[in-house]
Ligand binder design. Structure first.
Ligand code: PLP
Length: 442
């Protein structure tokens, strides 16, 4: 390198690491992460992208902007309440508090009075039984799919799972229930046809090979027209006569009927109807953390809890803490969004629309996440040019709008009301970026 090469002026690593803000950042970032940020800025200077005197500010900015996780909070402006790509249910304030405190040592599996080991997650279990008094016992596992695998393994490995052809669903991202069940070593005994299954179809299939009867709620689609399905209540007597457990995979996690979702099955009704075990996800309409919740008869739950596989799919302390707090706390965000008052949504949309000079259009929200397909949730959206969408997604805060019909629709149903000002700022910045790009914000 020549004497006069400006690259000689690039600040050295030890000097950059010694800058007070960089030094202080070691509380929240590992040294290797900080070092990588320093090296990256030096590299940009070596390649001529930065002048040598720009390296120090670049390092300071990079260190300030870097957090220990790359997961970015997103304002969900899609109107889709349970958005799988956004991590499904946002947690309630009480659940977040419980998560944070469970981050340290907690008595998840210890009786502090006796000092002896206790049943894991007793608090979450008690909260579930309180919220769902018809259940005799409860078991929490990693997620809904794990609950289904555990149930079919414990009840039917090497034997048959009797299930209607109309319920052999794909849950999402190419993940199919039949493949999941067969991976446990249970055989599927399909009964009926895609659109119609009758009680006698089940009756004909039951025999010595039966491990359990499975009812699956086809939560992400609807079959309309010439259809017929057998309800849990009708299957009860058949299951009892054959001494075979009746398992209901409901998916979405309503604990009791909700008038806003008249066709969505709920745990209480399924247990009333005679299901021995009901399976739901924790992070759909229950509004909690990712979890698979199994509720029902204590002898059947005990068979699953006692199976070796239960250990492989057990819930972690964070999920147990958040689930308990979701049940014991106030309405979680999912429930609030589901029951959002359309007039209030209209008022919020109007304010945003007026502030940025855009129109408000009628826009139906949805439950999403494989729940209540085809149930529209009447609401409103602010209509922006389609080209705003990528600017909103990559802005700060990141906002995910719905792109539909060549427009960018901003629906406030799933945006917490206290975030309305941040949303407005993000929309303003995105519209300004659009103008800056010369495409116009018309
Ligand atoms: C969502 C769903 C599942 C899977 O639950 P996860 O918690 O996503 O693993 C299984 N069955 C039904 C009917 C569902 O809707």
């Amino acid at each position: 390198m020549a004497q006069d090469d400006p690259r000689r002026l690039i600040p050295r690593t030890d000097r950059l690491l010694g800058l007070p803000p960089v030094h202080r950042a070691r509380h929240r970032l590992g040294e290797h992460v900080i070092l990588a940020l320093v090296r990256e800025a030096q590299e940009r200077a070596r390649s001529g992208e930065l002048a040598p005197d720009e390296v120090e500010p670049a390092v300071l900015a990079a260190v300030a902007a870097r957090s220990a996780t790359t997961l970015r909070p997103v304002l969900n402006a899609t109107g889709v309440i349970v958005h799988t790509n956004l991590g499904r249910a946002p947690l309630s304030a009480s659940a977040v508090e419980a998560l944070v405190s469970a981050g340290g040592y907690v008595d998840v599996e210890l009786d502090l009075r006796t000092g002896a080991r206790s049943r894991r997650g007793a608090g979450a279990r008690a909260a579930l039984l309180e919220a769902c008094p018809r259940a005799e016992d409860a078991l929490v596992v990693n997620n809904g799919a794990a609950a289904l695998v555990l149930a079919t393994t414990a009840l039917a490995a090497g034997r048959e799972v009797v299930v209607s052809r109309g319920e052999l669903v794909e849950i999402g991202a190419g993940f199919r229930l039949p493949a999941l069940i067969e991976s446990t070593g249970a055989r599927l005994r399909e009964v009926g046809t895609t659109n119609r299954t009758h009680l006698r179809d089940y009756a004909d299939a039951l025999g010595p090979e039966t491990g359990c009867i499975l009812k699956v709620h086809p939560s992400n689609f609807r079959v309309e027209g010439f259809t017929s399905a057998v309800e849990i209540g009708e299957l009860r007597a058949l299951a009892e006569a054959h001494g075979t457990p009746l398992v209901a995979d409901l998916g979405s996690g309503l604990l009791a009927p909700d008038p806003a979702l008249p066709t969505e099955p709920d745990v209480a009704s399924a247990l009333d109807g005679g299901a021995d075990v009901v399976i739901v996800s924790g992070d759909k309409l229950l509004g909690g953390p990712q979890a698979g919740v199994m509720l029902g008869r204590s002898d059947v739950i005990a068979r699953m809890a006692g199976h070796p596989l239960a250990r492989a799919v057990r819930a972690d302390k964070l999920a147990l803490a958040a689930l308990e707090a979701t049940l014991a706390g106030g309405d979680p965000p999912v429930v609030q969004a589901l029951h959002a008052d359309p007039d209030r949504l209209r008022g919020r949309a109007d304010r945003l629309a007026r502030a940025v000079g855009a129109p408000v259009v009628a826009h139906d929200g949805r439950v999403g996440g494989g729940g209540a397909p085809g149930v529209p949730l009447p609401g409103w959206a602010v209509r922006l040019p389609e080209a705003v969408a990528p600017l909103l997604r990559t802005g700060d805060p990141a906002v995910l709008p719905r792109v539909h019909d060549h427009a960018c629709l901003v629906d406030l149903r799933c945006v917490p009301e206290p975030d309305d000002d941040r949303l407005l700022a993000a929309v303003r910045a995105a519209l300004a970026g659009l103008d800056g790009a010369g495409t116009g914000a018309g």
